[in-house]
Design a protein around this ligand. Structure first.
Ligand code: ADP
Length: 657
């Protein structure tokens, strides 16, 4: 019903009026009509059945005016039924005086407002209806927001990879997603009858979890093992929040499976640990080896001296054994030092012209002797096209080949060893060469082929004692790979092995002057030489002194125990040559050399200085040159090399003077 004269701009509120008689309907309608600010569209019913039918059909009636008492219904029940069936509607009760005391309980039952008929005015009623209508709008909006957020949560719930569930404190699941089923490895339907707490592995952990949850209402990232029905355990993190309602006490739980993550972490930890311990092992070995080298030098030097004295055969054999054993030991020490240097990335590779054919022929010549001892054939099979002069690190290539050919001879008892040199690729700038060392020896078991390139690997074989440290191939592999090459092996156990590697070299043009091969200028054995030996180690002083005195009858050796002493001596006396150790207390060899070169008078400053070092890499980095040393000699002394260098430099000095 539209109020007369109502304009269309006014808001229209649809209202359902349920009153016991037509008279009462009319009475309330007339009150509503008195309001001239709001417009109501009222539909009326005098029976509950009609009202329910209408509300079912016409959802726009969100406000209900319920006039009590009704003739044909128990009044309280009507309200109850309306609230139950149409929870979204706003019900305003208009009641006779007898209901005055019931107002509160009717509101509690779900009515939105309660107006006594005696107090019913147009403005009171229209306010109540307007308020009801606003409430409905708000409720609708809230509902749509709630639906949206519920949809969102439902989506998260369904799609989550984590198990999400609600259960009571006894572990009975009320709701759960598919991931719960897959994490627990139980079919979705079966889960309903499962006590989820039973799957939490340790009883103690489970109790801890529940006690914490109940006490703090909230548990985050609690580590727990879940045991699947087949016995497989998964490492998980549980986050849970208590739910306490009048009719339900339980919690929502989220379980994240972190098994793979944990495995990856522990793998990483183990790898780091292994890496660290390997590094520590190498560092330890390197420092031990370094410490061993000085006494080794002394033993070798002394044996060299003794062996040259008058000895009977027995004594000669003993000393030879000492000499040989110390040479082997020194080889081991050098290998260890070299591998630690290589692995620390300290090795620098040279790029100088060298004659490949000469290198290969020398290799064959040297190794031929060992092969003949074992009655093995040793042969070089070289591609015609391999260039003669190439650029690269000659010493390293030599080292690699000596190692592989040495092994091949060592592990072959009959047959042959062949070295193939194949030109894989060549352009005008570079050449890729493949070297293959083939033997007919004992071979390597198939499962060990990869392992032999690892440090300290030696294959246990019956009837063979270990020969070597198992470092050779590891050094070789590092040397090849650090020069950008590839190395591998194939073998037939009992029949022989093939070791192969390839490297790229620049094509060389002409040979540069090889500074490593000093001209053979030897001072004659009677020449008077004044030599200053700067060395802190007593044994090494003795070895050097005796070795040199054996070579030159008229040599005069003065000993300084460190750089400082050397300078003091040089302030008073001139020498033909200085042998300078590098590592020394008080003042080391580098500092002393710099002082001599830059702070002393010209005739002292120009004295040739040979560095003495146990570090084979000194020749590589040429650090000694930057400090002003002329050359170096390696300890333990190779007497011939020592004599040659002293002869060469001392003679030059004498000639200059
Ligand atoms: P080492 O420095 O002690 O000679 P390597 O690293 O060179 O050790 O070699 C490791 C192990 O690989 C050897 O102990 C041996 O068991 C195996 N091996 C190497 N070369 C051969 C080969 N040509 N034939 C059979 N076994 C070999």
């Amino acid at each position: 019903m539209l109020k007369e004269g109502a304009t269309l701009t006014k808001l229209i509120h649809p209202v359902l009026l349920l009153a016991p008689t037509a008279y009462q309907v009319e009475e309330i309608e007339s009150i509503l009509c008195q309001n001239d600010t709001v417009q109501f569209e009222v539909v009326n019913c005098t029976s509950c059945t009609d009202a329910f039918n209408l509300l079912d059909k016409e959802p726009i009636y969100t406000t209900i005016l319920l006039n009590l008492p009704l003739a044909n219904k128990t009044n309280i029940h009507v309200l109850g039924e309306l609230v139950k069936k149409f929870p979204d509607k706003s019900i305003i009760i208009i009641a006779d005086e007898v209901y005055r005391d019931k107002g509160i309980s009717l509101i509690k039952e779900g009515a939105q407002d309660f107006i006594l008929k005696s107090e019913l005015t147009a403005s009171r009623l229209s306010r109540a209806i307007q308020f009801a209508s606003e409430r409905n709008t708000i409720r609708k909006e809230a509902k749509s927001v709630a639906i949206k957020s519920q949809e969102h949560y439902q989506d998260v719930f369904n799609k989550s990879k984590d198990a999400i569930y609600i259960c009571d404190l006894d572990g009975n699941l009320v709701n759960y997603n598919k991931s719960t089923a897959s994490l627990l490895d139980i079919s979705y339907d079966k889960l309903q009858s499962i006590d989820i707490h039973n799957l939490m592995y340790s009883q103690k952990r489970r109790n801890d979890f529940l006690v914490r949850l109940v006490a703090a209402k909230n548990v985050e990232d609690f580590e727990m093992e879940i045991e699947r029905p087949q016995g497989e355990r998964r490492q998980c993190l549980i986050t849970a929040r208590m739910m306490e309602h009048t009719d339900f006490t339980g919690y929502t739980g989220i379980i994240r499976d972190i098994t793979e993550q944990k495995q990856a972490e522990s793998l990483k930890k183990a790898r780091n640990l292994a890496h660290q311990s390997a590094k520590m092992k190498e560092q330890f070995l390197a420092s031990i080896s370094h410490e061993m080298r000085t006494p080794m030098n002394a033993i070798l030097g002394m044996s060299n001296l003794v062996i040259q004295t008058d000895l009977d055969e027995e004594q000669h054999n003993y000393i030879s054994s000492i000499k040989q054993s110390s040479e082997i030991l020194l080889g081991v020490v050098n290998d260890i030092l070299q591998i630690s240097e290589i692995q620390n990335g300290k090795v620098k590779f040279e790029n100088k012209n060298f004659n490949l054919h000469e290198l290969l022929n020398n290799l064959i010549n040297v190794m031929q002797y060992k092969a003949k001892e074992k009655k093995l054939g040793l042969e070089l099979v070289q591609d015609d096209g391999t260039p003669t002069i190439i650029r690269g690190d000659k010493l390293r290539l030599n080292q690699i080949l000596y190692n592989l050919v040495g092994n091949a001879i060592k592990f072959t008892d009959s047959g042959h060893v062949k070295i193939y040199v194949v030109n894989l690729n060549q352009n005008s700038y570079s050449v890729q060469i493949k070297f293959i060392v083939e033997d007919t020896g004992i071979g390597i078991p198939p499962d060990k082929v990869d392992a032999i390139f690892e440090s300290f690997t030696r294959i246990r074989t019956k009837d063979r004692i270990y020969e070597g440290t198992g470092l050779g191939l590891s050094i070789v592999k590092n040397l090849v790979e650090q020069q950008g090459g590839k190395i591998g092996a194939s073998s037939e156990f009992g029949a022989g092995s093939n070791f192969f590697f390839d490297l790229i070299f620049e094509i060389g043009e002409e040979l540069e002057f090889d500074s490593d091969a000093p001209a053979e200028i030897l001072l004659d054995r009677d020449a008077p030489i004044k030599l200053l030996l700067v060395e802190d180690h007593k044994m090494n002083q003795l070895v050097a002194k005796k070795t040199l005195e054996k070579q030159w009858k008229n040599i005069k050796i003065t000993i300084a125990n460190n750089g400082k002493e050397a300078i003091t001596i040089l302030e008073k006396e001139l020498f033909d040559i200085i042998l300078m150790d590098i590592q020394m207390p008080i003042m080391n060899g580098y500092e002393a050399t710099q002082h001599i070169r830059h702070k002393m008078p010209a005739e002292v400053a120009q004295t040739p200085i040979l560095a003495m070092t146990a570090h084979a890499h000194i020749s590589q980095d040429e650090k000694f040159k930057t400090y002003g040393m002329d050359d170096y000699v390696l300890k333990p002394f190779e007497p011939e090399q020592l004599f040659k260098k002293i002869g060469q430099y001392a003679l030059i000095n004498k000639t200059v003077r």
